[in-house]
Design a protein. Structure first.
Length: 205
């Protein structure tokens, strides 16, 4: 942060989008721009009471439809959210639209998983980590009042948010594989003194 004061009163709320047909089927969903299902819309509306009353200083959102729909339902009337391409889900390349089970059959590797596999045409996990590092740097520049805290909301995607949380904790991007996050679940990042911490995680309904 180039010598800048650590904004220890900052709270970063992470919200994963609601269910889509592909997330329901456990298919890798990267840049395919799917809408929410009716259940996904219900899940997104269920976020509203959890976010009500929080005066968000900034609201950032993936430009993909499922994230934008979730934000609109979870925080009705939100003014001018910032759509950020760095918050788009991972590009899964050849694994796009395919389940882990099917990829294990296709590759003949019973241990295959997208977090560690070399996938043709895909972003690497570290590529995703570099994008989340840019988001974190922008968030850390938020002004926090001396007499209180400030809240930022980020609405995005499962793997992207898990990587973002890992990088917030100053862990390698692949550490996100240990931070499961359900559809339409919340997490809260923050500080304990000057140390970045995970305050809450995978909060649903």
């Amino acid at each position: 942060m180039s010598g800048a004061a650590v904004p220890t009163g900052l709270r970063v709320w992470l919200a994963r989008h609601g269910e889509t047909e592909w997330s329901k089927a456990m298919r890798h969903t990267g840049r395919t721009d799917l809408p929410l299902t009716s259940e996904g819309r219900r899940q997104a509306r269920a976020l509203a009471p959890q976010l009500a009353g929080i005066d968000f200083a900034h609201v950032l959102c993936s430009p993909l439809l499922r994230a934008r729909q979730t934000l609109e339902l979870a925080l009705p009337g939100v003014a001018a959210p910032e759509l950020d391409d760095d918050l788009m889900e991972r590009d899964y390349g050849a694994a796009e639209g395919i389940t882990t089970v099917a990829m294990r059959e296709r590759t003949g590797d019973p241990t295959w998983e997208s977090w560690t596999a070399d996938i043709e045409g895909a972003e690497t996990i570290d590529d995703v980590g570099a994008r989340t590092d840019r988001v974190i740097a922008r968030v850390l520049r938020c002004q926090v009042p001396e007499d209180g805290g400030a809240d930022v909301l980020i609405v995005a995607h499962g793997h992207l948010l898990r990587v973002l949380a890992a990088r917030w904790l100053e862990q390698p991007a692949v550490f996100g594989q240990r931070l499961t996050l359900a559809t339409s679940a919340l997490g809260v990042l923050g500080f304990e003194r000057e140390r970045r911490v995970l305050r809450r995680w995978n909060l649903t309904g």
